[in-house]
Each structure stands twice: as C-alpha cells, then as structure tokens.
Design a protein around this ligand. Structure first.
Ligand code: C5P
Length: 222
C-alpha cells in the first residue's frame, strides 16, 4: 500500500482573530501545522506528506516543518483538497490517502491506525465523537431541538481509497460547498466507516480555542 497524507492549510483563518493564518500560529510551542505534520510523517504506514497552502505560505510551511512538498490551494477547502489530490495523481498516485485539516494540531497515532484498518472493508473512514450537548436549530430565536441520538461530530484525518476519493472530487456537482471529504465520497456512492475519534483532534477555529488546545497539549503530551 502506498499511503500519502494530505494536510490542507490554505484557509485564511478569519474566525480565529489571529494575525497569521491560524495554521501557522503557535500552539504548544510550535506552529500548529507542525504538530499534525510530525504525527503523519512519523507514522510507519505513511509514505509521503503533501501540504496544501497559499503560495505566499510555502516558505512558512518549510520553516515550520522542514523540507516538504507544498501545493497551491484554492478558494475553498474543497478546491484545496482537489489541488492536493491532483498533484498526488500527477506524481504517480497512491493506494490510500489521509486528508487532514491543519487546524486540528494534535493527531493521536491510534486514530491513524483505526482509520487505515477500516479501509480494509470500506472506501472511506472518518473519526467521530458522540454529541454531548442538546442540539437545536437557531435563527434569532431558538428553534426545534434535533434529537442527538444517532448524531456524531465528524473529525479529520479522513482516510480513503485514493482512486475513489479522486473520482468523487473530480465528479463533484453538489450545490452547497462541502465541509469535508467523506460527504463527497458518499455523494459518489462510496461507503464511509466511522471509527472512534479523539478529543485531542478538536479543531482550532475561534480565539478561545487556542487556550483550550494548549490545555489539551499540556494534559496529554507532557
Ligand atoms: O475554515 P475551516 O476551519 O473549516 O478549514 C478547515 C481546514 O481547511 C483548515 O486546515 C484550512 O486551512 C483548510 N482550508 C484550505 N483552503 C481553503 C479553506 C480552508 O486548505 N480555501
């Protein structure tokens, strides 16, 4: 199996309140992207890592993680992932791909193990966590509660059979902009297996998330 990891880091991070795009802001002493890069590059099953980012950030990525292949991203996450997949395809392809958000810095190796294991019997695999809060619609006033039974929160990395997720991306024709890749594989008819996610993988999006990420790192990494 040739397994390539694709880290998407081309977002502007506008909700984070940080001057730098958030994936380059420091968390637990290193730029955010460096943590997940180290976890993926250091995993025995991962053969290569590709980072998708703005061309103006190639240098920042190299400074953060060392020599690594960088690919120019697009205006949306979907376009950034597609650019990364096409560059892998142009370089000879892969059997499996792990697609990961740079905004989720802490990536337990056990999650990677579970995802790749699940690909033995599915085209895709995603880490999921149960929803603990009450979930409701909200627009102005609070609306209807959505029963949380059977709902999950979906994280990254997401693992796929490379040829299948590439075909799903190339053939995408949905209206709404997808927020992850598993929904694209499903739209193309693929089966996605859920595996147990991890609270270490919470996404850093808003200003308060940085302090929470520091606390998670202090609890688990030191
Ligand atoms: O904005 P959001 O937190 O959903 O972004 C998820 C991931 O997708 C981030 O790591 C971000 O850098 C990446 N992204 C991207 N290209 C975009 C938008 C987001 O690579 N145009």
């Amino acid at each position: 199996h040739r397994t390539v990891a694709l880290i998407v880091a081309a977002g502007r991070g506008e909700r984070s309140g940080s001057a730098l795009p958030k994936q380059f802001a420091s968390v637990a002493g290193r730029p955010m992207v460096a943590h997940s890069h180290a976890a993926l590059a250091g995993h025995a099953a991962v053969d290569a890592v590709v980072v998708v980012t703005g061309t103006d950030q190639f240098h920042a990525v190299q400074v953060a993680v060392g020599p690594v292949q960088c690919v120019a991203g697009g205006a949306t996450r979907r376009q950034s992932v597609l650019a990364g997949l096409e560059s892998i395809a142009a370089a000879g392809g892969a059997d499996r791909v792990l697609i990961h958000d740079a905004a989720r810095p802490f990536l337990p190796t056990q999650v990677i193990d579970r995802l790749l294991g699940a690909l033995d019997s599915a085209s895709g695999a995603v880490p999921v966590l149960a929803v603990a809060d009450t979930v409701a619609r909200c627009g102005g006033a609070l609306g209807d509660v959505v029963p949380r039974d059977g709902l999950v929160r979906v994280q990254t990395p997401q693992a796929f059979i490379f040829s299948e997720i590439l075909a799903a991306h190339r053939g995408w024709s949905g209206d709404a902009e997808p927020t992850d890749d598993a929904q694209m594989l499903r739209a193309a008819g693929g089966m996605v297996a859920p595996v147990t996610g991890d609270t270490m993988l919470e996404k850093v999006t808003y200003p308060d998330d940085f302090a929470a990420a520091e606390a998670r790192a202090a609890a688990r990494y030191r």
